[in-house]
Design a protein around this ligand. Sequence first.
Ligand code: ADP
Length: 534
Amino acid sequence: MMKPAVTIPEDQSFALATLPPGRAQKRLALAVMLAFLGAVLILAGALSNVQLARIDSFVPAYGTAMFVNDMITAVLLFNQFATLRSSALLAISIGYLFTGLMLVPWMLVFPGAFAPGGLLGAGLQSTDWLNALRYAGFPTFVIAYTFLKVADPPKRLWEGSVGATILSSVAMTSAVVCAVTVLVTVGEAYLPRIMLDPVHFSTLALYIASCLILWNAVALTLLWMHQRSVLDLWLMVVVCAYAIEIYLVSFPGFARFSAGWYAGRVFGFVSSILVLFVLLYEITTLHAQLLGAVLAQRREREARLMTGDAVSASIAHEIKQPLTAIIASANAGLHWLDRVEPDLDSARNAFRRVVTTGHRADAVIENIRVHFKTGGRTRTSLDIDDVIQEALAVVRDQLRRHRIAVQADVNKRLPRIRGEQVQLQQVLVNLITNAIDSMATKNGERVLSIRSEVHHSSYVMVSVEDTGEGLEPGGAVDRIFNPMFTTKADGMGLGLSICRSIIEAHEGQVWVTADKGRGAIFHFTVPVDSDSPS
Ligand code: ADP
């Protein structure tokens, strides 16, 4: 009846920066890296010394696409930082922001992109210096990320305000990019020459490119040595892609607008898009898992609350009837004793009823406890007519008080059933009490009929019929089995819902057929005990 609680592993991680990569993720990352290396081997040979036409719109197109990519990645990573508050994550987020922002001055000063000689009054050298600084920046931030990650004591949180930290990081990075741009463009005359002419790289450019590839290799090695998370894995792919891009841009053609230069840029774009897609996929998958876990936790909590509510409400409901009977019998006993000539026999009978009903209340409480604790597994072979007689004995006083005649057709040839005696008795007591309540408010003939018969060969059906108010078909009928539905001033609306839960736990069914003004008939079925000889 109660669903088993959903367990959520305590240490389950839902962040890219803390989640260890699975085997499939590792394989995928390795495959991507190998594909990159394969591509570079093919491209390097095929594209060496091939010079292509100068396409001026290529630089703004590439620059804008890369800018958007880097910014989206930076936002995703800042978001991870806001959740995990790790300084390492802050470093790598700033890294993406830096490389993205550095594309802006690079595009502006690139000759032919926005103005024939480039904007910002720059000359020949600044474009590639800006580019080199951008290429140097990313692995530097990756190395900072790795060291901070290693140094970060686990679970130590960033203490400042997250929003202020992100804002100041954005402001400071922008300021650094502006400062670098000013220094490079204004101080261009003092910079070593890395372009021989508007197209060809100097030897220094090739040395710088080699150093940058080496710097990426250092970042890759450090990451590899300290890799722990999905993020580390994909950063390794990114660093690898950066090294390949730098190689392709510089070496196969040794010049701008060479086939290698174009191929390197396209490669850089494709690889960064690929990595962004993977990150987005991982983040959305984690988000879905997190959502699933939160919902499962909420359901579990609600189930626990419901159990608590249901236990207390059931106890209150089920104990009300015996308590009323105990008070009535005790009052009757006192009444017999208070007479001028006390009627000791009647008083003794009344007090015996107090004891019997007290025991029944005790059994009811115990049964509810067992029911909620074990889901109810103490079934025995029963004669349903015995259960009916016992239930009638419990409500005998109420029936007499309301002058209700009882017709119980005892069917001695019924097969035995399998069930919990106290629970089935409770079902009958609830149904009979409702029948009494319904008839008590109506004048005229008051008859309670109880029948038992075989139903669909493997069930026994019990019907409890009254001549009370009845129920309007299509009206409340649909809701009477819902918990808390009641039309009575002092009702709790639990009786029928408890009946249903007990009967359904017995693999039976309960339903009502009613006519407004002509009484109601409640039926329930319980399975025949197949082990018992009929
Ligand atoms: P409660 O008795 O506390 O109201 P129940 O779940 O036992 O809670 O019953 C819910 C409602 O179903 C009652 O308030 C009443 O309106 C309706 N009902 C139950 N039994 C009968 C019946 N025999 N005749 C007419 N209405 C009934």
